[in-house]
Design a protein around this ligand. Structure first.
Ligand code: GTR
Length: 400
């Protein structure tokens, strides 16, 4: 009986999977020659056609306009006020990783209108340090065992030992503390503090909530004397990579942004029809973006923005984005182009990114440019290779 049920279940799963695949194949274009012509909004032209030529006007006019465009059309509003943030150190171990690091497990609680959100932070700080230490903060969208504080379980997704050995601190929180990654459950978290977001057309959803959480963790890190809060890099993979970009765009305290395989509505261009589409992402993950974003399903050309503008809004801070060679769903070429088009904003700060005209070869990282990039050989994932390049990138740019 059980066997029959299991068989029926796997059959159902397979049928659903192949249905999804068929739908993807129908919708997603993987043929470069079939990418239709498209026009991107100019980063340095306002919606009222004003040319932006100076850093001052970028900061005063265009950058806020871009952030507002993303709030209103894509990620939703980012509530900035709350009644109270408190924290407590749940566990501290000065002898973690055989004495190489201090472990802190911190519970951060944010209260607003008598509702609260609790964020569980895992933090390792190198024991040998000269002073406050720069840190990498991962928005963890995969299993919690990836950031195991006991280090019984180790994972390339968050290679804490490798980062500690490089002299940096490493931290992580799990997305489920802010908004469970589920079409129904996502409301149980940050959105309980801001229920008005649920009815607004440009209301925050899960990705916004995760980015909001990253900022609250940074609020804590600013109070931790072992951390150099002016050097905190926000890191995310895939859906977490979309959130890391949004966090860095909204919160200029993040010194650096590392966005791994973030793809559609992450670092990749939307007007360029290759790989995942807005219709697909909004259909499968209706809880990620503002309600208004659905207006652009099968209607990319109507978007008053594109993702190169999101990347540009991070200027002049160092930004590193990645792809994986087999992850065409995330459009490696469209990701590189997006990064390249963001250069103009960096130039306003006198920072020349000098990216090549076409994407670099597989496993050829660009790390000296403030707009770093690599296309790792392999599948959609966050690996030790990616992290070793993040560390290298941080080394280069924190030295400047
Ligand atoms: C996929 C989604 C991508 C990406 C990915 C992930 O199913 O289509 O945009 O976010 O999930 O997060 O691993």
């Amino acid at each position: 009986m059980q066997y029959v049920r299991r068989f029926a279940l796997s059959f159902l799963l397979l049928a659903t999977l192949s249905q999804l695949q068929a739908q993807n194949a129908k919708e997603a274009n993987y043929d470069e020659s079939k990418v239709p012509a498209y026009t991107l909004p100019d980063i340095l032209k306002t919606t009222t056609n004003q040319d932006i030529r100076t850093k001052a006007n970028w900061e005063k006019i265009r950058r806020p306009e871009i952030i507002k465009l993303f709030e209103d059309n894509v990620y939703g509003q980012m509530p900035k006020t709350f009644d109270r943030l408190t924290y407590s150190i749940k566990r501290e171990d000065a002898n973690a990783m055989a004495g190489k690091a201090t472990l802190k497990e911190v519970l951060i609680e944010v209260v607003h209108h008598n509702q609260s959100v609790k964020i569980n932070l895992v933090l390792f700080v190198p024991t040998k340090r000269k002073g406050p230490t720069p840190a990498f903060l991962l928005i963890n969208n995969r299993g919690k065992d990836n950031t195991d504080p006991t280090r019984v379980h180790k994972s390339e997704f968050w290679p804490a030992e490798m980062v500690i050995d490089s002299g940096y601190a490493i931290a992580a929180f799990h997305v489920s503390d802010l908004a469970p990654d589920d079409t129904v459950q996502y409301v149980n978290g940050v959105l309980q503090l801001y229920p008005e977001q649920l009815t607004a057309n440009n209301g925050m959803r899960a990705i916004g909530a995760w980015a909001w959480g990253a900022s609250r963790v940074l609020d804590y890190l600013e109070k931790d004397a072992t951390i150099d809060a002016k050097k905190v890099a926000i890191v995310g993979h895939s859906r977490g990579g979309k959130a890391s970009l949004w966090a860095a765009a909204e919160d200029q305290r993040f010194a650096m942004c590392l966005s791994n395989c973030s793809g559609n509505t992450g670092a990749a261009l939307s007007h360029r029809r290759f790989g995942e589409t807005i219709n697909r992402i909004n259909t499968v993950f209706p809880h990620w973006f503002a309600r208004k974003y659905k207006k652009f399903n099968n209607n990319e050309d109507a978007l008053p923005l594109d993702q190169h503008m999101l990347l540009a809004s991070i200027a002049p801070r160092p930004l590193y984005v990645t792809n994986a060679s087999k992850d065409l769903w995330a459009d490696p070429t469209g990701t590189f182009l997006s990064l390249k088009y963001a250069q103009k904003a960096y130039s306003l700060y006198g920072v020349e990114a000098n990216l090549p005209v076409s994407p670099p070869a597989i496993n050829q990282p660009i790390s000296k440019s403030p707009l770093g990039y690599h296309n790792r050989e392999g599948e959609h994932n966050l690996t030790a290779y990616d992290w070793s390049n993040f560390i290298q990138f941080a080394k280069v740019h924190y030295k400047k």
